[in-house]
Design a binder for this molecule. Structure first.
Ligand code: ZN
Length: 178
């Protein structure tokens, strides 16, 4: 793999603080003014309802992994669905085992803002006994720089963050041997 050599200074670096700009005497020339580009912090409070999925997050806060089971055909969803994806019937909440096996994984070198500081990190699909769908989660405790297909089938167990943030990232998996 060839080494990537930097050929451009990052545009996001702080420059000189400018308190004024040149201004033409003739207002007709204002259309030629170079666009003013500013940088400022931007934050919003985002209020979001988990609605019917709320029990899943309440479960994570209590170190429990919850899925749903179809009342009619018995399909168990590791990522909870309030309506069965197979037959459309209602489902009930069920507790899932906290041990499983890695079905597949990928090493992420990029990610959404919340995960950038963790790259490279491992994202895995976990097989949980009794569940008919896979559970997507981060896998820690393995070296992402030494990924190997030997990890497929590896026994893993759930770990929960101590202070719940009521987010899917409240749970992650580590090798069962840890
Ligand atoms: Zn069903």
């Amino acid at each position: 793999m060839s080494k990537k050599i930097k050929a451009r200074v990052e545009e996001t670096r702080e420059g000189t603080v400018l308190y004024n700009v040149p201004f033409p005497k003739d207002l007709k020339n204002l259309k030629d003014l170079t666009p003013i580009i500013i940088k400022q912090p931007y934050a919003i409070d985002y209020i979001h309802s988990y609605g019917q999925d709320s029990p899943f997050f309440a479960g994570l806060a209590n170190k429990r992994l919850l899925g749903t089971k179809c009342q009619k055909c018995g399909t168990v969803f590791a990522t909870p669905r309030l309506a069965c994806m197979e037959c459309g019937a209602d489902t009930d909440w069920v507790e899932l085992p906290q041990e499983g096996r890695i079905h597949s994984f990928t090493v992420c070198h990029f990610g959404a803002e919340a995960f950038l500081h963790e790259t490279p990190y491992i994202l895995g699909l976990i097989e949980l006994e009794g569940a008919h769908t896979l559970f997507l989660t981060r896998i820690l405790g393995l070296d992402p720089d030494a990924a190997t297909l030997d990890w497929v089938g590896l026994k893993v167990k759930a770990r929960f963050v101590r202070k719940s943030q009521f987010k899917p990232t409240d749970v992650y998996f580590v090798p069962a041997s840890l």
